[in-house]
Ligand binder design. Sequence first.
Ligand code: ATP
Length: 240
Amino acid sequence: MSAILRLDDVAGGYGEVRILHAVSLEVVEGSITALVGSNGAGKTTLMRVLAGLVPLAGGRILFAGRDIGAEPPHGRVAGGMALIPEGRLVFPDFSVEENLRIGAVAPRARAGAPARMEEMFALFPRLRERRRQAAGTLSGGEQQMLALARGLMAAPRLLLLDEPSLGLAPAAAAVLFETVPRIRARGVSVLIVEQDISSTLAIADAGYVIENGRIVLSGNGADLLRDPAVREAYLGLRAG
Ligand code: ATP
């Protein structure tokens, strides 16, 4: 089991403000790896550092064995990394189909785009029904599906999912947490960052808990979910 992504002592932040301190973690190829923690722990900042949107201030990022710390965002996308940012940013005036086409602009994705769009419609039948509808008129859950599908149109090897359940109605969030394992089944590795710790650890092969920019616990998803410290600090449950 090789790591598709490996972070060694990663540091980062905004200007003088250091948010991430010596973050080390790995995403095994073909796994769902979760990074969970409360508000302000540094999860989004880490995703931005990985995507190349916030500069790496220390440490090393290896993606598919290559040091990408100095690579610009488009280089990382071309190499097979796709970020689905928080807030499901779809182009509201463009149709579902147009949004999906925009996802396939990276050279690695262009050739297979029509076939991949069909695969996306098979994975998300609701998007097929709404293919000509403006994305801004979709429900929150449908927009999140579209954001996911657009990310997958880039033919990524690694999908970075930033708080995909945020703001979704419970039923839509449940659909989302069923969808992520289906993405893994397509051979795409997933690093998911979430505040919904129990739903996320329940689908994760491995998980890391981040607090104040530091990894404080790690393990397989099921073990972390049973961990008394996690249950007490994050799930509001007493041990025992
Ligand atoms: P949330 O779930 O609230 O998004 P998070 O774990 O993703 O939390 P981050 O968004 O990474 O946390 O924020 C970590 C810290 O970095 C917070 O203290 C936040 O105020 C700070 N921060 C975030 N963005 C910026 C920015 N552009 N400039 C300065 N500080 C920032």
